[in-house]
Design a protein around this ligand. Structure first.
Ligand code: CTP
Length: 450
C-alpha cells in the first residue's frame, strides 16, 4: 500500500490509534494467505500465526457488542488475525479503540473511507477466510436475508469469498417475532450464512428467554473451525477431559482440582482442524466447543463405559485417544445411599483402586491404532516429571505422554509441558493451552498417518 501513495504525501504519525493499519512499516514478506486484494492486510501487530485464519469480525448494534471484545481475544489467542468491522450503532455501544487495541488492527466502519484505496468491502471479503457477525441484531439478519448491501457489514457478507457466520443477540420477543423467524428461515434456505445460537438464558434486560448470544468462546471456535486449515479431516479422535468424581454419599464426594481446560482445548482444536471428535467430560464448568459430540460422565467407571463405547470394543471406532482426564485413582469401597451423620469420633474411609483406563486400552491394543496419548501430572522436579512421564509411557503402553507440573497446569490457561515419545523428549516451554493442544495434535496426527 505504501507503493500506492503519491511521492510527497505527508505520512501521519504512526501512533494514531485509528489508522495504524494503513501506515505500517513495510512487511518483510507478504502474509502467506494474503488475498488478491491484499492491500488492507499489511499492518497491525495481529498478523496471525501461519495456518490460522484471517477473521473479519463484524459487530452490530446489540447490547452484547461488548462481548465481541472477548470473541476477538479468543481468536487472537488462537493465532488468528482479526480485522474488526463495526456498524454505526455498534460504535454507540463499544469503542473502536478497545477493538484495535486487542486486535492490533485498524477498525473499519465506513463503506466510503477516502483513506483506504479500493473498495473496502471487496478488500475485506477477499482477505478474510471467514466473516463472523457477532452480535447480529434482528436488523442485520433482516438485511442479510434481503441481500442488502447498505452498510459495510452487509456488503462484506454479500461479497465474502469464505463462510459467513452470524451470532444473533436480541430480546426474546424480537427473536420470536414472525418477521425475524421468516428472515432466519430465508438465511437457512439460502445456505450462505450459518447461524450460531442464539441460546436460552438471561438477556440484557435481565429477562430470560431465547435470544442471548452464544458463548464468545463457542463463537470464536466456530470461526476457527470454519476458517482454519482442516488438516485433521478424516481422523476420529476421542478426548477425555476434567476430573472424575467418586461419591461418598448423596452430599459428599472425592474429587481433584482438574478444570478440564486442557482436554477441552484439545477437543476444540481437533474439531476446528476437521477431526471427528468425541469429548468425554467429567463434571466441569465449560461450554461445549463447536462441532463435536460431548458425553458427560461423573465417576471413573462411567468414564470407562463411555470410553469403550467411543473407541469400540475392538478399538476400531477411533484413530486416536487423547486422555487428559484426571481420573480418580480410588473410589469408596461403598457408597452410602443416605448422608453420613457427623460424630466426634475419627472415621476411616475404605477406598478401592479404580481401573487404569488408559493402561487398559494400551494393553488391549493389538496393532498401532488407535494412537494413544496420555498425560502425566506430577509435583516433582523437572527431571522427576520427565522420569515419571517416561515410566508411564512404557507402563501404559502408549505412544505419547504429555508431562507437566500440577502447579503449572491445573486451572491455568497456559501450561509448561514436555512431550515424551519412544523417540525422545521435546520440551515445549510455556504455551497457551490451545497452542499446546495444536502441538499435541500435530504429533498424534503424524503417528496416525505413519
Ligand atoms: N489414567 C487413567 N486411569 C487412571 C489413572 C490415570 O486412564 N485410573 C490416565 C490419565 O488420564 C493420564 C495418565 O493415565 O493420561 C496418567 O495419569 P496420572 O494421574 O499422571 O498417573 P497415574 O497413573 O494415576 O499415576 P500416579 O497418580 O501414581 O502418578
Amino acid at each position: 500500500m505504501r507503493g500506492n501513495r503519491p511521492p510527497n504525501t505527508p505520512v501521519p504519525p504512526p501512533l494514531h490509534r485509528e489508522a495504524p493499519a494503513l501506515l505500517p512499516p513495510p512487511a518483510p514478506a507478504p502474509h502467506p494467505r494474503e488475498g488478491a486484494h491484499g492491500r488492507l492486510l499489511r499492518g497491525g501487530h495481529g498478523h496471525g500465526r501461519p495456518g490460522a485464519p484471517i477473521v473479519a469480525l463484524a459487530i452490530t448494534g446489540s447490547i452484547a457488542a461488548y462481548k465481541a471484545v472477548e470473541i476477538a481475544r479468543h481468536l487472537v489467542r488462537a493465532g488468528a488475525r482479526v480485522i474488526p468491522v463495526m456498524t454505526r450503532s455498534a460504535r454507540e455501544l463499544i469503542g473502536p479503540v478497545t477493538l484495535s487495541g486487542i486486535t492490533g488492527e485498524r477498525v473499519y466502519t465506513d463503506m466510503f473511507d477516502e483513506s483506504v484505496p479500493g473498495e473496502i468491502h471487496l478488500e475485506l471479503g477477499t482477505a478474510a477466510d471467514v466473516v463472523v457477525i457477532a452480535p447480529a441484531t434482528a436488523d442485520v439478519i433482516a438485511r442479510l436475508a434481503m441481500g442488502r448491501a447498505d452498510d459495510l457489514v452487509t456488503a462484506l457478507a454479500l461479497c465474502a469469498r469464505g463462510p459467513v457466520l452470524a451470532a444473533p443477540a436480541m430480546h426474546p420477543r424480537m427473536w420470536a417475532h414472525p418477521a425475524t423467524q421468516r428472515n432466519v428461515g430465508t438465511l437457512e434456505a439460502d445456505g450462505r450464512v450459518e447461524l450460531i445460537g442464539p441460546v436460552e438464558g438471561e438477556v440484557a434486560t435481565g429477562e430470560r428467554g431465547m435470544g442471548r448470544m452464544a458463548d464468545p468462546a463457542v463463537i470464536a471456535a466456530a470461526a476457527l473451525a470454519r476458517g482454519g486449515k482442516r488438516d485433521l479431516a478424516g481422523l476420529r479422535i476421542v478426548v477425555t477431559a476434567g476430573p472424575t468424581i467418586e461419591d461418598l454419599d448423596p452430599v459428599r464426594y472425592l474429587g481433584n482440582r482438574s478444570t478440564g481446560k486442557m482436554g477441552f482445548a484439545v477437543a476444540e482444536r481437533a474439531a476446528a482442524r476437521g477431526a471427528q471428535v468425541t469429548l468425554i467430560a467429567g463434571p466441569v464448568e465449560l461450554p461445549t466447543p463447536f462441532g463435536l459430540r460431548r458425553v458427560d460422565v461423573r465417576s471413573t467407571l462411567a468414564m470407562k463405559r463411555a470410553l469403550w463405547e467411543a473407541l469400540g470394543q475392538e478399538l476400531d471406532l477411533a484413530d486416536a485417544l487423547v486422555m487428559t482426564a484426571a481420573v480418580a485413582d480410588y473410589r469408596p469401597a461403598e457408597e452410602h445411599p443416605v448422608k453420613r451423620k457427623r460424630s466426634a469420633e475419627p472415621i476411616a474411609l475404605e477406598l478401592v483402586a479404580n481401573p487404569d483406563l488408559l493402561a487398559e486400552v494400551g494393553a488391549a491394543r493389538r496393532g498401532r491404532a488407535p494412537v494413544l496419548c496420555g498425560f502425566a501430572v506430577e509435583t516433582d522436579t523437572d527431571e522427576g516429571v520427565a522420569r515419571e512421564g517416561a515410566r508411564k509411557l512404557a507402563a501404559k503402553r502408549v505412544d505419547l505422554i504429555v508431562a507437566n507440573h500440577a502447579r503449572d497446569s491445573f486451572g491455568k490457561d497456559d501450561d509448561r509441558a514436555t512431550i515424551l515419545s519412544h523417540e525422545g523428549a521435546e520440551a515445549l516451554g510455556t504455551l497457551p493451552k490451545t497452542a499446546l493442544a495444536d502441538r499435541i495434535l500435530d504429533r498424534v496426527a503424524a503417528i496416525a498417518r505413519r
